[in-house]
Design a protein around this ligand. Sequence first.
Ligand code: NAD
Ligand code: ZN
Length: 379
Amino acid sequence: MATAGKVIKCKAAVAWEAGKPLSIEEVEVAPPQAMEVRVKILFTSLCHTDVYFWEAKGQTPVFPRIFGHEAGGIVESVGEGVTDVAPGDHVLPVFTGECKECAHCKSAESNMCDLLRINTDRGVMIGDGKSRFSINGKPIYHFTGTSTFSEYTVMHVGSVAKINPEAPLDKVCVLSCGISTGLGASINVAKPPKGSTVAIFGLGAVGLAAAEGARIAGASRIIGVDLNANRFEEAKKFGCTEFVNPKDHNKPVQEVLAEMTNGGVDRSVECTGNINAMIQAFECVHDGWGVAVLVGVPHKDAEFKTHPMNFLNERTLKGTFFGNYKPRTDLPNVVELYMKKELEVEKFITHSVPFAEINKAFDLMAKGEGIRCIIRMEN
Ligand code: NAD
Ligand code: ZN
């Protein structure tokens, strides 16, 4: 490639300050260093995690920064020592990586890689502690090692999953975070038995994917819980059979769910990021066997409070990043599920905007409209 080894000038959506609309700027993207790859992003989408760190109300502010972690692209060039991917390969970036060498990567039970696990406060590359993005020589920081709101980005090779080049990137880009996270939270972590009842807290993309995962796993009742009633009609397409809006009741939602299910749900998956919903999701599971799984990213000062008796009564609380999928090993197989038509991703994609209008995707999420908005880098 003519650009290999050279600085690339391209457009990126820079967040200069917390909560201020992103501004499209010309940035310089340095070549990838050892164990890094530079990727041309073709499609990206907005996940609520980007919004929390952009608002920086309950999270550490790191600015100026390039957000974005749900995306699809093509490798432009690779740094020294990279053998797993080559220029031209189609890849999905992942916010939590897989080095393939540490104890976590070698364990069948964990995807919490020692080297590349999610770190939302780091704004630089792991190799040399520097940023690969700059404007007039001043660094612009990275986000979750991905920074996909840029025409080109540099990532550690362990943060990209090489996928089937036949897979349409404008669709499978949503598998790079939200959809796989929700799906895996149900299938890999909650593991609802056939015929069981599952409550899903939060019916955004992640929660709807968790509902879909519960349906695939064989759950027969899937109760969606959301404060936004507009979500309910849409959620039927994802396997939700019943709905509860906590606003419609004058008692705690745990009690409402216990009454609906003869003592509690068998499994619950929390996909809101709200600490109260996390506690409710735990307390609504049946004693003796109930399992609750937390997926939402909490406020940095949040504390989980519940009476210890809730645990003694044989309830289990778990949490997961990326649905326990190992990104490089497992994500290509999730893409294959889509290719075999066993997993539909189109129904998660409700909007699409050109890169120049990226702020519209933030507006839609703020209004709770639609599910995922694809941001097209090229037109
Ligand atoms: P989203 O904004 O599209 O959906 C969140 C939904 O939760 C909304 O419909 C909202 O109305 C609902 N909600 C908020 N507070 C609630 C409450 N108290 N009770 C019931 N419903 C409530 O967001 P998303 O992109 O689907 O992401 C969902 C969450 O998952 C976010 O917290 C995000 O940061 C997190 N996330 C975690 C991982 C992971 O690996 N653990 C990966 C991706 C996203
Ligand atoms: Zn995400």
